[in-house]
Design a protein around this ligand. Structure first.
Ligand code: HMG
Ligand code: MG
Length: 304
């Protein structure tokens, strides 16, 4: 049942950088995307078309999209929470857009300022217009394993949103552990609910690594045949509206594990470590990735 190939979406430029308090130059964001595509990433979540008052770090969305030198075979996605976001995103020519809802009412209010039901009403015309422009639409379901405001989130609550997203015609369902509290069996229970409504190829996992569970959770998904995961180079990330949540699972760590399992990703781990080192230097701190740090230390030992 374990898949032989895995598709990784690097969400570092978006989820990774959205939470940074320090300014990050547009040119550095663009360079990060270039490093990722050079490392073999074929799916990159580049930026979000959200309110710059809510997430100032993503205010240069148009400039970033315009400056990327696109590589053949790479798909670039952006977040679009409403029609205003989609209308701003369309001229920048993304390949895919992401609508992001939540399995918890409290988080929906804090993150996008409306209820779950209202959010889905807002997403419906986004999906319709995106499809009319030939774009794929991915839904992210935040707080599927726990919520910083509500606490526990049940599989029934996850399935409720999955069903609503299915009803408005999204193509893909991403199940997100925003605060990293999920553990493998609970993750499988949430994923089962997504798989009731979407095919295996259109269900993905998005795991923040706050409690160190992300790799175990990915393995639990692999056991179910799920073969698409979000990850963030250098373990960057967090959500400004989920305090205390740390970054996504580091792409380097996921690729190291998958390489060890003999699962193909098309990603060159050495080049990925370079990408992680580049953005970490820009941010002035070491990569959070364990594999990234270990491989950089090994390079230093060999060079010495
Ligand atoms: P709102 O204030 O309710 O929106 O925000 P509004 O429609 O009342 O508009 C208020 C102002 O925002 C107006 O401007 C609009 O024009 C503007 P004003 O007249 O005051 O100058 N506005 C926009 N500007 C730019 N782009 C837009 C846009 N929409 C309205 N698209 C809104 C609602 C959704 C916009 C707001 O709550 C928002 O931007 N939230 C973003 C939150 C966010 O980006 N969170 C992080 C991403 S989600 C995440 O990280 C989780 C994920 O990784 C999965 C996981 O880990 O769980 C995906
Ligand atoms: Mg996230």
């Amino acid at each position: 049942m374990i898949p032989s190939t895995v598709r990784i979406v690097d969400v570092g430029p978006r989820d990774g950088l959205q939470n940074e308090k320090q300014p990050v130059a547009t040119a550095h964001k663009v360079e990060l995307v270039h490093c990722l595509q050079k490392a073999g990433l074929r799916e990159i979540e580049v930026t979000s078309f959200v309110s710059p008052k809510w997430v100032p770090q993503m205010a240069d969305n148009v400039q970033v999209m315009a400056a990327i030198e696109r590589a053949p075979g790479v798909r670039y996605s952006v977040l679009t929470p409403n029609l205003k976001g989609l209308e701003a995103a369309l001229p920048t020519k993304p390949d895919e857009v992401v609508v992001f809802g939540a399995a918890s009412e409290a988080f929906s209010q804090r993150n996008i300022n409306c209820s779950i039901a209202e959010s889905v009403q807002r997403f419906a015309p986004v999906v319709e217009m995106a499809h009319a422009h030939g774009l794929k639409v991915r839904a992210a379901i935040s707080c599927a394993l726990g919520c910083p405001y509500q606490g526990e989130v049940t599989p029934d609550e996850v399935e409720h949103v999955v069903r609503l997203m299915k009803d408005i015609g999204v193509d893909h369902c991403g199940v997100a552990d925003t605060i990293g509290v999920g553990t493998p069996r609970r993750v499988q229970a949430a994923m089962e609910r997504a798989l009731k409504h979407f095919p295996l190829a259109e269900v993905s996992g998005h795991f923040h690594d706050t409690y160190g569970q992300a790799l175990a959770n990915i393995y639990a998904c692999l056991e179910m045949g799920i073969h698409t995961f979000d990850a963030s180079v250098a373990g960057l990330g967090g959500c400004p509206y989920a305090k205390g949540a740390t970054g996504n699972v580091a792409t380097e760590d996921v690729v190291f594990m998958l390489d060890g399992l003999g699962i193909a990703t098309g990603i060159d781990l050495d080049a990925l470590v370079d990408a992680g080192a580049f953005i970490s230097e820009v941010l002035g701190r070491p990569p959070v990735s364990r594999a990234g740090k270990a491989l950089l230390a090994k390079r230093e030992r060999i060079a010495a």
